[in-house]
Design a protein around this ligand. Structure first.
Ligand code: HEM
Length: 507
């Protein structure tokens, strides 16, 4: 009996010891941070980075894997480089990665605290996102402005035609930025209010200046504590440009308010009208301030103009260099649209090759190659510890050129997006909605791009019309230089300047 008791007690004690040791080890199990190259003092990994950031990260990922920790001067981030880890960030742990960190330029933003693009995932962001999806950028609102987009596309073709007739080179970078800026400007706050047509041009210049200065200030992130001295006065210049934008939009806003009292039934409301209406709504979950409205519209200009314009430049550059693809697209347009008029938005559903060209362009040249998010709480990604507040950069440039996901990933092959392709990334695969994690030009999940449909509408019709109406030459025998520019943006290193030649059958 005593022996039995001793053996039983021994078993129970052994079991308890084993249980508690296991529990202790489990709770104290060391999960390592993501792998990282050897860092140098102060500069971290800056010496490993070339002029094209996403490309440098892609090269490093080939050694350090799909999740690596990188330190650029004073700023540390983790970089994601394949579809499986991107899925963890965008889907499996979506809520934990639904905020964005503030950028280097944030402290100089006069609208700090009202920004949508950099907002933390919370009440303000949720309210604005709902407004975007149900009203501002929803299909019925986009449909109301189809005539504006059509007019701006015609203006683009006319302007290129003038270059053609005068035998001058055409700066497509500038033409396409004018197209996107004018379109978004008119949809956002119709220049109709004051009747002055130079307002859109003023906005274009201010947005360009702000983006350029904000880009410079991002370098401040790298300099860390030194940035407070702002040696070159960039911060002051940014405040100056933003103040000018503020005064201009305040004037347009007052004109909208004056008009609001005598809106006739069925009259087309632009985005500012809707935002002002929401700000007056006593039942709204959140009270929008004037600052919120001006800031939101600025975010739309920042996020919508250069992204769409740069994607169209890449599409034209690729098509000019790939004569077979150009001819195939021209043939498709000739067959479906003929010479009855320019390619219209309503034609696009019958132009699968045009859709494939735009999708392939966005795969090779994503307008936002590094999608930036922030981790809310410590978590485990790809078996590594990612600490709260860590900046996460999803390198969609690398994800969309991964040889595991695409055959000949660096080649421009629109055919891969046709339903008949063996690559099975056709439209039925939901790739456009960010549900296929090897194709992410618009990001994914709740924080994905709310302007994707608008961007696609503008790009298809404009690129289709430029191919329909003109043949394109660079300089005698030269190809378009398709080198990517430096920094975070995904623009071409050199502006796309070429010679349009009127196509004999152009409408
Ligand atoms: C070729 C065109 C475009 C591309 C490639 C593009 C791409 C992107 C990407 C990658 C993001 C980040 C998504 C994420 O974090 O998952 C984004 C966010 C955003 N985009 Fe676009 N975009 C385009 C056009 C537009 C247009 C036309 C608008 C509106 C006029 C727009 C408005 C926005 C806004 C407001 C955000 C921030 C969303 C948030 O933080 O919740 N974009 N875009």
């Amino acid at each position: 009996m005593t022996t039995f008791l001793i053996v039983s007690i021994w078993f129970i004690v052994a079991f308890l010891v084993h249980f508690f040791i296991k529990k202790y080890l489990k709770s104290h199990k060391r999960v390592d941070e993501p792998p990282s190259p050897l860092a140098l003092p102060i500069i971290g990994h800056l010496h490993l980075i070339g002029s094209v950031l996403p490309k440098s990260f892609q090269t490093l990922a080939q050694v350090y894997g799909p999740l690596m920790k990188i330190r650029l001067g004073a700023s540390t981030c983790v970089v994601v480089s394949n579809a499986a880890v991107a899925k963890e960030i965008f889907k499996t742990q979506e809520l934990n990665f639904s905020s964005r960190p503030e950028f280097g330029s944030s402290e100089h933003f006069i609208y700090r605290g009202s920004r949508f693009v950099t907002a933390q995932y919370g009440d303000y962001w949720r309210f604005m996102k709902k407004l975007c999806m149900t009203r501002l950028l929803a299909v019925p609102q986009l449909d109301k402005f189809i005539d504006v987009r059509e007019e701006e596309k015609i203006k683009l073709v006319e302007s290129v035609m003038r270059c053609c007739k005068e035998g001058r080179p055409c700066d497509l970078s500038s033409e396409l930025t004018t197209l996107t800026n004018n379109t978004i400007c008119r949809m956002a706050m119709s220049t109709r209010c004051s009747g002055k047509c130079d307002e859109a041009q003023e906005i274009k210049e201010l947005v360009h200046t702000c983006l350029m200065l904000a880009g410079k200030l991002s370098l401040g992130d790298v300099l860390g504590p030194l940035k407070v001295f702002d040696f070159s006065g960039t911060g002051k210049k940014l405040v100056g440009a933003l103040t000018k934008y503020d005064q201009l939009v305040e004037r347009i806003m007052k004109e909208h308010e004056d008009k609001a009292s005598n809106f006739s039934q069925g009259e087309k409301k632009d985005l500012m009208d809707i935002l002002l209406e929401t700000s007056r709504d006593p039942t709204a979950e959140l009270k929008l301030s004037r600052k919120d409205i001006k800031s939101f519209l600025l975010d739309l200009f920042f996020a919508g103009t250069d992204t769409s314009s740069s994607a169209m430049q890449w599409a034209m550059g690729e098509l000019i260099n790939n004569i077979k693809a150009f001819k195939k697209l021209r043939e498709e347009i000739n067959t479906v649209v003929g010479s009855k008029g320019l390619v219209k938005e309503s034609d696009v559903q019958n132009l699968p090759y045009l859709r494939a060209v735009i999708r392939e362009t966005l795969r090779l040249h994503p307008s936002a190659p590094l999608i930036i998010r922030e981790c809310a709480e410590d978590c485990n990604v790809n078996g590594c510890l990612v600490k709260a507040k860590t900046r996460v950069l999803v390198n969609v440039y690398a994800v969309m050129r991964d040889p595991e996901s695409y055959t000949n990933p660096d080649e421009f092959m629109p055919e891969r997006f046709l339903e008949s392709s063996n690559e099975k990334i056709g439209e039925h695969q939901m790739e456009f909605k960010g549900q296929n994690f090897r194709y992410l030009p618009f990001g994914s999940g709740r924080r994905g791009c709310p302007g994707a449909s608008l961007g696609m509408l503008i790009m298809h019709a404009a690129v289709g019309s430029l191919v329909q109406c003109f043949d394109w030459k660079v300089k005698e025998g030269e190809e378009v230089d398709l080198s990517p520019g430096s920094g975070f943006a995904a623009e071409m290193a050199r502006p796309l300047v070429c010679y349009p030649i009127e196509h004999v059958n152009s409408p």
